[in-house]
Design a protein around this ligand. Structure first.
Ligand code: ADP
Ligand code: MG
Length: 289
């Protein structure tokens, strides 16, 4: 049987917008000493707007049409931002086939017989494709996420996008600090962008350019060090680490895969609710002793 206090607290949880799916994990929240957060869509709103476009050997309109058409097949926050702007600009769509998403890296498809890839700077580096490093660094230092567009492995341009840091994320990290809980950012995005956001948030640690499996390995390492770890995320790329953590917390507005892998869902998509989970867990299980 479920002890009465826990039954009551889960309904209090529901009232506060916390959907508790795994009660044992919720109980463990009172002992947490580390909270890991994904960046895009978790610490940030995940609402990207395009800030800069650089076309290379192609017209800007054509570049945008290609990118718009391919991104229309993706659920990633970057894709949603691009599609929104594409609609505003009334861009034409091209026929896309063989669409394939490359988790943590970007995506790939065929457009008018050409292989198109829209990918991260990390991927471009591993392929040793030349790009204007200075311009890129300048954009990244401003906290912008840059995606590179390849046509048959030739760079045809790049697009910079910026996201909004959640004010509530800043408050959450401050509260965690006052509770002696370490906060860590774990992101697939570029190091500079991650550091920029980390500085705004005053987060304890930033780990960037990690692929989905590596995210989960990092959580495993922390657990093996004896840490009690919560992971908070929204994306498909966060699912393995949400499942691995002592407590997996999904952002309600996130993807189904993240939600299915989590122990608790933040219905209001508010990172401050992570702090509320810990407080509620402490209050609930103190009563039981
Ligand atoms: P995060 O951990 O911040 O949520 P992801 O692991 O989802 O980031 O993505 C890592 C990187 O892969 C992005 O910063 C971007 O460069 C690239 N990427 C992922 N999805 C897309 C997409 N749909 N279009 C373009 N680039 C993408
Ligand atoms: Mg994310």
């Amino acid at each position: 049987a479920t002890p009465l206090v826990t039954a009551v607290s889960t309904s209090i949880g529901a009232k506060r917008g916390l959907l508790i799916r795994n009660r044992a994990a919720f109980e463990s929240a009172r002992n947490l000493d580390t909270v890991v957060f994904d960046k895009t869509g978790t610490l940030t709103e995940g609402e990207f707007g395009i800030t800069d476009i650089q076309e290379i050997g192609i017209s800007q309109e054509r570049l945008l049409e290609i990118v718009y058409s391919v991104e229309a097949n993706s659920e990633h926050p970057i894709a949603k931002g691009i599609v929104k702007e594409g609609k505003k600009l009334n861009l034409k769509t091209k026929e896309v086939s063989n669409f394939q998403s490359l988790p943590g890296k970007g995506l790939k498809a065929t457009v008018e017989g050409n292989e198109i890839m829209i990918v991260s700077p990390g991927y471009i580096r591993t392929q040793k494709i030349y790009f204007d490093q200075n311009h890129y660094e300048k954009l990244a230092q401003e906290g912008k996420t840059v995606v590179f567009v390849l046509q048959n492995n030739t760079l045809i341009g790049y697009i910079a996008l910026s996201d909004i840091v959640r004010e509530t994320a800043k408050e959450a990290i401050k509260s965690l600090k006052s509770m002696n809980i370490e906060s860590i950012m774990l992101t697939g995005d570029n190091q500079r962008v991650a550091s920029y956001v980390g500085k705004i948030l005053k987060i304890d640690k930033v780990i960037a350019e990690v692929l989905p499996q590596e995210k989960s390995d990092r959580i495993d390492e922390l657990i093996k060090q004896g840490k009690k770890v919560a992971m908070t995320g929204d994306g498909v790329n966060d699912a393995p680490s949400l499942a691995k953590a002592d407590l997996g917390i999904a952002i309600g507005a996130g993807t189904d895969v993240a939600i299915e892998s989590a122990d608790i869902i933040l219905v209001r998509s508010n990172p401050l609710d992570v702090v509320n989970i810990i407080k509620l867990s402490k209050a609930t299980y103190k009563k039981m002793i």
